[in-house]
Design a protein around this ligand. Structure first.
Ligand code: HAM
Length: 429
């Protein structure tokens, strides 16, 4: 049997940060804590949705929808649904559209006027696998739904930066841009189309087709392959209100000393954005350099049939964050006590002590294979336990055990009938 191409297992004994489950859980817990500190609440949506969620949400001719979705139908459905309507499902390629679908379906906007939601989970895109790009990957994303207050943009950017900094990633840059409102986007499209037509002879056929079909995609994906000068800047085509918003945002970011670069050619490969778009990239990542990306999407909720609800959000690729951390084995699982019995006849008493300590929330390992004393010591070494508890028949008759510090070699005799406290306190030393 083989794992699906582009999918990955996360293993108990992984050798790098991204394939060890202990590291994975430590990191995702840290990221969750950051979300909580900004009072974002978790929303958990299913991994599969009807394909209409993404076709409406992301846009039919985006790469994600037209090429990358894992879609499937079920024969069983045909019997249940009326006439020829065949239900199509897909594994979610991103988290924003499902969150919006769920918000409307569950009337969350009636419970709170501003919803601060976050999600963490697997996403699926049928892309060419390479370093930092997988067919199954994980995102942690934040969606702030229900306001166009500019200060929320500051909050969202600061939250995105905090996630990166929490993992001690040093080499990263925030790029921000404004793509204005719907009319601005139409103007930007026309400008890029005209620019492309003017330079038709220098553009290869495949890219020219992209240009004609979707000028923004050409700007997003293809234009930088060519050494063009004077590529149109979105900022020259946006409406006055969007321009003023963008200026105000940069002032607010300067006030809090948030580091960013303006990239007036930044547009996103998803259709729902307006005004602010942003990305954080790291040159340590190679070709797939985006750690996270997002922007404002004020019209998506209406497109889904909800009431007008301005929103902003972003998502970070967890595998990419881990790659950018660039540190091996920082997170190591260890145990508090390894219990070693000198004589096999004390194995049951040893197990009883292990269970007692585990009930107190202490991480304890014991070898139940009745191995020799020396072999148990080797196991204890390998397990990276902080201390060992050595149990011998002689001592046990007096309710005593020996606690040995694995680093210093120091030993203490402890009475386990009336001094378990002492054992527990030993862990704090
Ligand atoms: P996105 O730019 O498609 O945006 O993805 C966000 C992040 O997910 C990327 O910056 C990258 O870190 C990670 N990512 C994307 N594809 C892959 C892949 N194949 N392998 C590994 N990592 C990947 C969105 O998904 C939007 N929903 C973001 C958003 C939220 N905008 C508003 N709210």
């Amino acid at each position: 049997m083989k794992i699906v191409k582009g999918f990955r297992d996360i293993l108990p004994y992984g050798s790098t940060n991204s394939d060890s489950s202990y590291t994975w859980t430590s990191i995702t817990n840290q990221l969750r804590d950051v979300m909580s500190s900004y009072n974002f609440q978790e929303i958990i949506t299913p991994v599969a949705e009807y394909d209409s969620t993404f076709k409406t949400g992301i846009g039919e001719d985006t790469d994600i929808v037209s090429k990358e979705m894992y879609e499937f139908t079920l024969d069983k459905d045909n019997k249940e649904t009326s006439k020829n309507q065949i239900l199509k499902y897909c594994l979610r390629p991103e988290g924003t559209a499902p969150v919006v679908r769920s918000l409307i379906e569950n009337s969350l906007d009636k419970i709170r006027s501003v919803n601060k939601l976050y999600y963490l989970g697997p996403m699926f895109r049928y892309e060419r696998s390479q370093k930092g790009r997988y067919r199954m990957f994980h995102q942690i994303g934040a969606e702030l739904i229900g306001s166009n207050e500019i200060l929320y943009e500051v909050e969202i950017l600061s939250l995105a930066e905090k996630l990166i900094k929490t993992l001690e990633i040093k080499n990263f840059t925030f790029q921000i841009n404004s793509i204005g409102n719907k009319e601005s986007l139409d103007n930007i499209r026309s400008a890029i189309l005209a620019f492309g037509k003017k330079n038709k002879n220098s553009i290869d056929e495949k890219d020219y087709k992209i240009l004609e079909k979707n000028p923004l995609r050409f700007l997003d994906k293809a234009i930088h392959k060519y050494a063009f000068k004077d590529i149109p800047k979105t900022i020259d085509y946006i409406d006055k209100e969007s321009m003023n918003r963008f200026k105000l945002l940069t002032k607010l970011l300067d006030d809090i000393k948030f580091n960013y670069k303006i990239n007036n050619q930044l547009v996103r490969g998803i259709d729902y954005y307006n005004d602010l778009v942003f990305e954080a990239t790291s040159s340590d990542l190679g070709a797939q350099d985006a750690l996270l990306a997002g922007g404002r999407y004020d019209t998506l909720i209406q497109k889904f049939g909800g009431k007008s609800n301005e929103s902003i959000g972003f998502a970070a690729g967890i595998e990419r964050l881990i790659l950018a951390m660039n540190r091996k084995n920082k997170y190591e699982s260890s145990i508090d006590f390894f219990i070693i019995y000198k004589e096999e006849e004390t194995i049951e008493e040893s197990l009883k002590l292990a269970l007692k300590l585990r009930n107190l929330g202490i991480k304890v390992e014991i070898d139940l294979e009745r191995r020799s004393f020396t072999k148990q010591i080797k196991l204890a070494d390998k397990s990276r336990s902080k201390k060992t508890i050595i149990i011998s028949k002689n001592n046990l008759d007096k309710a005593l055990v020996v606690v040995k510090d694995m680093n210093s070699g120091e030993e203490d005799s402890v009475n386990i009938e009336n001094n378990l406290e002492f054992l527990i306190n030993q862990l704090k030393v």
